[in-house]
Design a protein around this ligand. Sequence first.
Ligand SMILES: [Zn+2]
Length: 324
Amino acid sequence: MIFICGKNFGRVQFYLLGSPLFLWRAIHNALPTTHRLHKIFPHISPICIRCALQEEDVQHLIFGCPSSRTVWFASNMGLRIDQLPNDFSVIVKNILNDFQEDHRKMCFSIMWQIWKGRCDFYFKAHQFDVQSVIEKAQLTVYPKLQNVLIKQRKQHFDDKYELEKDMALLITDGSWDQKGNMGIAAVVYDPLGCLYNQVSKRGVAADALTAESNALLLAIQQAKSLLRVFTKICIFSDSQILVHCVNTRSVQDVPSWQAIQVVQQCIDELSDVQTITVKHAKREALLMAHTLANDARKGDGDRLCISQNQQDLRASGFFVWSLD
Ligand SMILES: [Zn+2]
């Protein structure tokens, strides 16, 4: 049970959440984020361990970090992250005042699960899995959802994609704007449907199809490097023409000469492997890669891939302390 009380909120609120102190700590800037740890222990880097792009203060931790943004985006909570105030306690106040009870609980539950997921990533090197963060938050608020979620996951990964038992899934998408900015992303799920890895990059491209081809090339290269881990990998792209060209090993139907070069690279990369297949999927199925690609296009640098980040952390013998 969490008890929030103070001038800021004008009224007393009770919430059933996982940790009695979490929200209080977050509002009073007392969570041991790397930003805060850095102030106490200067040898600890203040940079966010999940994205390595910005300092990890509470605002970045819960809302700003690309992986947190993906959680909010995918949670259908209707929070417009781009338009949120930059002050965490103001956001909490708004949620308390403007949201209905169910949504309020859900928001706080998601915050708590983001923090838990981040700590598991930090201390136990567990993957930060967006889907499982959302599911755990949903289950806290609606315990009876368990059966529905299990069913959904089964449908998502079995029926829709007809996955073979030992097949990993790699979804990819490219994002492009009129100024020529490009964002590309690849997201890997293991054969059980758990998020394994994600990588996104920013660049320039002449047109949308070239961006899409670059995303596919990134995915193929990622897939090849993962063949040590998984025996079979299926790549999904929402570009029918690219999937067709790669599968027929022909660039004949590619309408853009800039894209042709990249598609040819994709074909060359695939020439010596039989265990990577490329299939078409509807855009809705690529939501996470789509979000990451958009974020990368608008952002100012490449995202570090999570597993690589973890290896870096382990290799550097990064200082850790346990919270609980
Ligand atoms: Zn971050």
